[in-house]
Design a binder for this molecule. Structure first.
Ligand SMILES: NC(=O)c1ccc[n+]([C@@H]2O[C@H](COP(=O)([O-])OP(=O)(O)OC[C@H]3O[C@@H](n4cnc5c(N)ncnc54)[C@H](OP(=O)(O)O)[C@@H]3O)[C@@H](O)[C@H]2O)c1
Length: 275
């Protein structure tokens, strides 16, 4: 596994983790998939109170040293609600401390100062190690950071895939300069990559992949990782997890990255994302 620094903490986390949104329809299969990923070094698992998957994550991480990230939902952004939501997540995950606690989406109806005060208290009390955000714009990230007295926002979890390259319009650069780790969610465009209408893109990924003995999925994920971000694909089977794990340990060349970029054009907006 290759690693990426978390914010400016000096701590390294696996650059490829596992998402868990919508896993669990078949609990045993999902657990097996997570355990397979862990055995392959994907020791970074992302969940959220909203997903209903914290308990299954708790089972998968038992006895393993895993970097666990979860999220507080926007309707819990009042001070006391943040504290209660965190305590409930700790219980469901069956851990004493959350490695990365993220604000799931911005919520303009609650003053961000109040939310960040609660997040800092969670760090002080030892219930949370690091504070992250998700779906925050540059301005929202700056505002949230300014509210904090002693902690830094270490990460912003945002949508980023070869079908949605919007983060390349400033967010990646901002985060790189500020020392905020970008965590790419929906890195396989929620499966849209495999739709027939994206066959030409898959064809290109396949031809590049052949040079490295890699699959189109592995090339798509490697494209993100080589932009200096972490990624958290979700996979429900051990076969998919195993394939995803093969996105790590090698790099596309700059020429290949340019080949993909120029084929996709712009930032991927207008490409065939969706069902
Ligand atoms: N912060 C946020 O607001 C937010 C929003 C969305 C997602 N997320 C996080 O990001 C994670 C990943 O995003 P996502 O779940 O939206 O979508 P994703 O990871 O882009 O795509 C998941 C889809 O890709 C398929 N897949 C995975 N590996 C594959 C492989 N090797 N070959 C073929 N298909 C494969 C999965 O199928 P199978 O399930 O059949 O394996 C599933 O249909 C989530 O689980 C969640 O943790 C965060």
């Amino acid at each position: 596994m290759d690693f990426i620094e978390l914010g400016k903490t000096g701590e390294k986390i696996p650059e490829l983790g596992m998402g868990t949104w919508k896993i669990g329809a078949e609990p045993e299969k999902s657990l097996e998939a997570l355990e397979t990923g862990i055995s392959l070094g994907m020791k970074f698992i992302d969940t959220a109170e909203m997903y209903g998957t914290e308990e299954i994550v708790g089972k998968a991480i038992k006895g393993n040293e895993i970097f666990v990230a979860t999220k507080v939902s926007p309707h819990h952004f009042r001070h006391d609600d943040v504290i209660k939501a965190c305590e409930a997540s700790l219980e469901r995950l069956d851990v004493k401390q959350i490695d990365l606690y993220q604000l799931h989406w911005p919520n303009k109806s609650v003053p961000v100062t109040e939310t960040m005060r609660a997040m800092e208290e969670l760090v002080k009390s030892g219930k949370v190690r690091h504070i992250g955000v998700s779906n925050f714009s540059i301005e929202e990230l700056r505002d949230a950071q300014l509210c904090m007295k002693s902690s830094r926002i270490v990460s912003n979890q945002i949508e980023y895939s070869i079908l949605d390259r919007d983060p390349e319009n400033g967010m990646l650069e901002f985060c790189r300069k500020e020392g905020v780790t970008v965590i790419a969610y929906s890195p396989l465009a929620q499966g849209a990559l495999y739709k027939r209408k994206n066959a030409k893109i898959l064809g290109l990924l396949e031809s590049i992949g052949k040079r490295h003995k890699k699959t189109p999925t592995q090339v798509a994920l490697n494209f993100l990782l080589s932009s200096g971000v972490a990624a958290i694909p979700k996979a429900s089977s051990k076969e998919h997890v195993t394939e995803n794990a093969g996105a790590v340990g090698w790099r596309l060349t700059e020429a290949e990255r340019s080949e993909v970029s120029s084929f996709l054009g712009g930032t991927g907006k207008g490409l065939q994302h969706g069902s």
